[in-house]
Design a protein around this ligand. Sequence first.
Ligand code: 26Q
Length: 820
Amino acid sequence: MNKRPFDKEMFKRSVLYNVKTLYRRNMEEATQQQIFHAVALATKDAVIDAWLATQEEIKKKDPKIVYYMSMEFLMGRALGNNLINLTFYDGVKEALEELGCDLNLIEDQEPDAALGNGGLGRLAACFLDSLSTLGYVAYGCGIRYHYGMFKQKIEDGYQIEVPDEWLQNGNPFELRRTEYAKIVKFGGYVDVEVDEKGRQHFVQKGYQSVRAIPCDLPIVGYGNNVVNTLRIWDAEPMNSFHLASFDKGEYQKAVEEENLAKLIVEVLYPNDNHMAGKELRLKQQYFFISASVQRAVDKYKEDHNGDIHKFYEKATFQLNDTHPTVAVAELMRVLLDEEGLEWDEAWDITTKTCAYTNHTIMSEALEKWPIELFSRLLPRVYQIIEEINRRFVLEIQRKYPGDYEKVRKMAIIYDGQVKMAHLAIASGYSVNGVARLHTEILKNQELKDFYQMMPEKFNNKTNGITQRRFLLHGNPLLANWVTDHIGDDWITDLSQISRLKIYADDEKAQQEFMNIKYQNKVRLAKYILEHNGVEVDPRSIFDVQVKRLHEYKRQLLNILHVMYLYNQIKDHPEMPFYPRTFIFGAKAAAGYHRAKLTIKLINSVADVVNNDASINGKLKVVFIEDYRVSNAEWIFAAADVSEQISTASKEASGTGNMKFMLNGAITIGTMDGANVEMVEEMGEENAVIFGLSSDEVINYEQNGGYNPMEIFNSDQDIRRVLMQLINGYYAPNDPERFRDIYDSLLNTKSSDRADTYFILKDFRAYAQAHQRIEAAYRDEKGWAKKAILNTASCGKFSSDRTIQEYVDEIWHLDKISVTL
Ligand code: 26Q
């Protein structure tokens, strides 16, 4: 480690100076928001030195660089994280106290950078943190959306989406780099021109263009002076200034280009695990990919005498799902049309450069674009994909002569559509899943044909999370406790945390651990009272499910079980019942009606249960509004129980599951995604596992599902809960309100399979699992032991481990070290 000394007096002077020059005010007059900007700029000063030094080192050592291409980077707030990684957090806290301010309140002024939906976007953010901390050179490449993930308001129990104006007060950490602007072309047609040597040149004509401007954000490594770059592209029109001077045709075009530039970076598509086949989405994808690829090629040529042939030795592109897959065709286009390479040379470089990560097996998330749309928007890129497809189909036929079924299933262009996953697999050197089970399902089911044809490309990289945000910053009490017991090596080497295991049976350690949990529950209870107006008892079991709202994640199973518990308590008031608080947080995609109705159901159950004095506060239900990275840090720290209850086989990995584990929550979950590997690490006795296995689910699916009516008819308790969905029990003014949810489980109307996500099938097992949770919690020492062992067993789930595996097995990057 290379910890930099913190100069407190200089930092204070810098803050005072910034407040004065930015706002002509002193500390007493300045608003919290103004102080935030002053502190952020003082912090940026410290970052800049390391950022420059990192660039110097890169120039000197010429290391291999990974370009992490992603439509989403769910960064959250930067100030606290930057201070943590500079190792200045405590120093700045003290400095600000001396200036009469509270760092926590200053941090609260910063809007979350919510340039992502959920798991995939947050994974990208954790990966950048780990890349810098491990000393690898990386560029995150993405889009500077003017509006990120919408803010969620709950009105009358319903979700309302409010635009996220995160740039309203400017972004103190960003650097706008107009000197690296790139032009991106859309539409028009392709002309073939023949030069004097008889060579064909493909020239795009009649296009619209947009100028892409990179805005750079620093990614600070922990205590090592390494600062990488998250480069998000903004769009500007080519000709906004003198519109009036154009003739009529030019004027029209200039206006259209201005609109295109404004639209393209306007807003993040708020769909998680669902493909929105919108033209603007494809424009966004090509916009940032074309700019990023052009810049990566330029940079390589600048440093290597203009010769592009060994590009792949110093650069690799990791494609975060298929969303950036047009990169393979764009790289081919640049190499063929701009660098003048032959097809085989260009193909060799491209296939040695690109690698693809799959994040889902949900069929509705698979990216497919109509040929008509694709070829109209990207005529030259489409030609190149046609040629990639033609050659790939020949290869399939060579390998499987006469097997037309293979061609039908594997072609990149088929049935009028461009299949982005097929393009990514055919054009890259690596395909990875994000948890062991997920990768096995890819190899044996979803991508079986591809695995059989090119098994060497397939590999697993189990996801991870950064302990620096989700323990060191989010849970300072526990972080200090861990450091007091085992030292602070865990901050950059989470495998060290297993040294806590010797304290699992130590009564003093158990008491301290549970006391910290209690204090974090008090902190969250205060937040809930302030933001939701609901009073919750920090002595009750905090049972938490926070994640995007999706049927496969089964928030419905959770709330149906709460309805069941409420019936039980009402029927048997004398029954022993440990008080429980069920906490939900989830955004639903704006157009996902059933998900939004589930939010209304949760809030309706909360209204009834929380206001029923007869149950003596045994049960509370809370829906936390606007679940996001910043409040997530508090929520994980305060959880006793972590709900990870997806239908087995559907959750590729999950990463929230790991954040709970790190903070000492006990998982109630299915054998899905990374839960499988978590249980392996912590031991079965330290989690509560229930429900169908992925094999069982897949088996049912291949045989037309199962019949939920049998369960409805034979299980009174379940039937009663389901009837409460349609008899107005939770919607007295509109008994039909939850009919769609009822129907989805029993299929009385729709043509879909009934209960696609096996909610009724797993219900009894889930209820029993909750009884096991309750029994375990009553055993105070037993619970404390489990909680400590969860924290102590999560070493594997650091994104540092994940990134090291990507480096060793896929990217082969060089380490740099930076001294100031
Ligand atoms: C695609 C096309 C058009 C519009 C939107 C999309 C789109 C956007 C986001 C499709 C999918 C996503 C997000 C997927 C996602 O977050 N997947 C999650 O990835 C995590 C990190 O690997 C896993 O832990 C989760 O299991 C997985 O659900």
